[in-house]
Design a protein around this ligand. Sequence first.
Ligand code: AQP
Length: 365
Amino acid sequence: MESWRKPRPQQPGENAPSIFAVVMRIFSGIQPTGAKTLGNYAGGFRQYVETQERGEAFFCIVDLHSITVEYDPAELRDSTLNLYAMLVATGLDPDRSTIFAQSHVAAHAEAAWLLSAVTSYGQLGRMTQFKEKSERQEFLSAGLFTYPVLMAGDILLYQTDLVPIGDDQRQHLELARDVAERFNTRFGETFRIPEGQYPEVGARVMDLQDPVSKMSTSSPLAAQGVVRMLDEPDTIRRKLRSAVTDSGREVKHDPAEKPGISNLIEIMTVATGESVEEVEARYDGQGYGPFKADVAEAVVELLTPIQKRYRELRGDDRELQRLLAIGAEKARNASEPTLHSMYERMGFVMPASGRFFGAARPKGL
Ligand code: AQP
C-alpha cells in the first residue's frame, strides 16, 4: 500500500493539484475566544451557512490562533465546544460541511512553517490588525506577528476557491493570496488562489456606542456597544435602545455622515434579510425611536431560536467531541495531499514510511 497519496503530475496551465475534484472549495476560520458577537454573525456565521450550499465547505475553529494573545487555557477548552455548538446552532450541517478544530490537524502548523519561507517580514509588519492588537498587549508574542502566515496555510491547504469573511480580514486574505502566488512562482503551481466573499451589507458591524469602531469580540464583556450571540432578550433591547445615533431624525444610510443610524440599518438588514432601501422606506418620516425599538425586536427574533438550539447542543459534550473527531479526520484527508505537494516541491526527502503513525494516520493514507 502506498504511504502517500501521490498527486498526478501537473498539467500545463493547471494551478492546483489535479487530485481535487472540480467542485468549489470553501474555507473559513473562526476563533474560539470570547463571547461571539452580532458582528461575527454578520461577517461569519451567516455567510458560512449560505456558502455551505455552494460547494465543499470547511469551517475551522482556529484554536491555534487564539493563543497569540493573553488567554486562559481552561476557557479555551470550553469555548472550543461552545463555538462548535454555535456553528451548528446558526445553521451549519456537520454532515454536509467539515467542521473541525485547527489543532486536530497538524498540517496547519506545518504549513505555516513552510509558508513562512515565502512570507515577507515587511508585509507582516504592515498588517493593521497586528498594529492595533499589539497596542493592547502587555506581552507581545511572536505568534501575533506571524498569525497571518498560519491563516494563509489554513486557507491554502484546502485548495480553497472562496473565503467567506468580514471586512476586517481583507488584508490577511490579500497576504494569503500573495504568499500562494510567491510559492507557486518559486516552487511550481501548487495552490489555488482564493477569493474573499464579503457581505454586501454588514461586512463590518460597528460598536453601538462608538459606531466608527468595529464591534469587537475582545471588548470587555460588560461593553454596552457589543451585542453577544448569547445575550438575553432584555440585554439586547437595552443595548440597542441606548445605541448612539446621530443628529437629525431621518433613517437614512449614510455611513460618513450618519454612522450610528447606518450601522443600525445594516443590523436590521442582517436580522431580517431586507435591503437597505426597504428599511429606509419603511421608516421614512418616523424618527429614530420606533426604528431603534424595531431593530432590537428583529435582533431578538433572530437570536432567540439560535440560542435555544445552542443550549440543546451544548448540553451534550460527548456528541460534540464525537463530531469534532469526524471533522478532524475529514480535514486531515483533505489537507494532506496539499501538504505533501508542498514538502515535495520544496525539496524535502519523503520518509519511506509516510509521516503518520498509529491513530494519527488518516484513513486511506
Ligand atoms: N464587527 C464585525 N462585523 C462583521 N464581521 C465581523 N467579524 C468579526 N467581527 C466582525 C468576522 O467574524 C469572523 C470570525 O472572526 P474571528 O473569530 O476571526 O475574530 P474576531 O471575533 O473578530 O476576534 P478578534 O480577531 O480577536 O478581533 P476583535 O477582538 O477585534 O474582534 C471573521 O470572518 C471576521 O471577519
